[in-house]
Design a protein around this ligand. Structure first.
Ligand code: ADP
Ligand code: MG
Length: 466
């Protein structure tokens, strides 16, 4: 199968020679910056039959390369090692743990969101191995939640943090943190049964169980877990049957000192449409919030992520990004990736101009998605007002207040004209919109509570629709 010359090299176990041959081909097919960024950091480790094993700096690295250069890599490997040849890889930090991490790229593609079970179990944990406590960066905004996470992973079910209820805005690390706990528990206690799912998947499964007459099996399955992690519990609001079942599962687990971990976009007491019994149970353990990262944390996150992606970016560029992208960690990450893509696709170096362009693009993406409807529904959600009332004629004080805020933010965050904004609020005249905006503007400087409400809603809008 091998071309003889190379077969000899293979038999001599010279992975570096083979990889060098691959690099020669790759180099001719991609821009220099792409080559330097994505291919040079790859280390050849081993060659076995027709599989070349390499080491990559991070999981992300693999995903990026696989997405953009899959064809090139397959073709190169086939040209050099023969038609059946494959590339397998390990991630640098996991290389002691080879057995679990080496995979055929194609198989891995399907499996990449599923953690490899160290102990054979008859169910999947649905934990993404990318999310660990080690790579969750500590900052003022997540101190308590993170400390609780560490304590729980050393002693699941055995601390007073049961349940752990983590809440906070979009893209601030809730999912990362709670999956990190799950992954760490599996490392510390491989025999424990850990499962992660979001509350809407829980609901869908429950409905399926009802339809196929398997509610008991469904319920027993979750009662049998050692660690139950349910993400975005706010989606259970208004779903009474699911809540009822969840209530019983919660009680069973809690009584047998099994760990329960929940996340939500708001604190328990604000979960309207959720059974009081659940709300009070959610507060039995520890409720910890995650706040948007401060400047230092943003810098730390950018540095770490840049390092993970194998990027070298100067301090002033990181500083520029951290100054301009403030509300959301997902967006910080997105900015780095976009910056890399921009640099890589246009064969340009990462410099401050490119960073400026990228930050601008992100701001535009964000604005495009922000609509008057989105703003209105977030404002109503935040102020706990029925969305239909905001379009009514009513002059009730709290409705007028919500309407003014929604109009003010619509003017600030969308490109809509005053007339259009007025039309969205029950066909009001543009002068009503002007009045609303100037009334908010007038009060803002002297009313810190108002400013706080507006800032919070604005952050939420910018975080959600980005
Ligand atoms: P949420 O569930 O709160 O919407 P995620 O957990 O999905 O947010 O986080 C969004 C992205 O930001 C993820 O890629 C995550 O890895 C990253 N992230 C968030 N917080 C941190 C942190 N403290 N350290 C490192 N990465 C983080
Ligand atoms: Mg999440």
């Amino acid at each position: 199968m091998f071309n003889t010359d190379l077969a000899e090299k293979v038999s001599l176990h010279k992975p570096s020679i083979i990889w060098k041959e691959c690099l020669n081909t790759i180099k001719e097919n991609v821009p220099q910056i792409t080559f330097n960024t994505w291919f040079l950091p790859i280390k050849p480790l081993d060659v076995d039959n027709s599989t070349l094993k390499v080491q990559l700096p991070s999981q992300f690295f693999w995903e990026w390369i696989d997405e953009h250069y899959n064809t090139l890599i397959s073709k190169t490997i086939h040209d050099i090692l023969g038609p059946g040849a494959k590339l397998a890889y390990v991630i640098a930090s996991d290389s002691e743990n080879e057995e679990a991490e080496i995979a055929d790229p194609i198989i891995l593609k399907k499996e990449k969101n599923r953690v490899q079970q160290k102990v054979k179990k008859d169910f999947e944990s649905y934990l993404n191995p990318r999310y660990t406590l080690d790579n969750f960066i500590k900052g003022e905004g997540n101190q308590l939640a993170r400390a609780a996470a560490v304590a729980i992973s050393d002693n699941p079910g055995g601390t007073s943090f049961n349940p752990l209820f983590v809440y906070g805005g979009v893209g601030l690390g809730k999912t990362h943190l709670v999956q990190g706990i799950g992954n760490q528990i599996l490392l510390n206690f491989p025999e424990k049964k850990v499962i992660y799912l979001s509350s809407d998947i829980f609901t869908v499964e429950f409905v399926e169980a009802i339809q196929s007459n398997k509610v008991n099996e469904f319920s027993n399955f979750y009662r049998n877990m050692d660690v139950l992690i349910i993400d975005d519990i706010q989606f259970l609001t208004g779903k009474e049957k699911t809540q009822d079942l969840f209530f019983h599962i919660f009680n069973t687990l809690h009584q047998s000192r099994k760990q329960i971990i929940l996340t939500s976009d708001k604190p328990p007491k604000d979960l309207m449409g959720l059974d009081e019994r659940l709300i009070s149970r959610f507060q039995w353990g520890l409720t910890a919030d995650i706040q948007p990262p401060d400047f230092e944390t943003r810098m730390a996150i950018l540095k770490k992520k840049a390092e993970d992606y194998g990027m070298t970016i100067s301090g002033d560029i990181l500083d520029f990004i951290a100054t301009n992208i403030v509300s959301n960690i997902r967006e910080l990450e997105g900015c780095l990736i976009k910056l890399l893509a921009n640099a890589s696709l246009s064969s340009r170096e990462i410099n401050i101009e490119l960073a400026r362009k990228t930050v601008r693009e992100i701001a535009t993406d964000r604005k495009v998605n922000i609509t008057i409807e989105n703003i209105t529904s977030l404002v109503c959600d935040f102020l706990k007002i029925d969305e239909n009332k905001i379009r009514d004629k009513t002059r009730k004080k709290e409705i007028v207040f919500a309407r003014q805020i929604a109009m003010f933010l619509s003017k600030e965050l969308t490109k809509s004209s005053l007339k259009t904004i007025g039309l969205h609020f029950g066909g009001r005249d543009h002068s009503t919109v002007i009045h609303a905006c100037s009334s908010i503007e007038k009060n803002l400087p002297s009313d810190p509570a108002l400013k706080e409400i507006i800032d919070k809603i604005r952050n939420q809008i910018e975080g959600t629709f980005s």
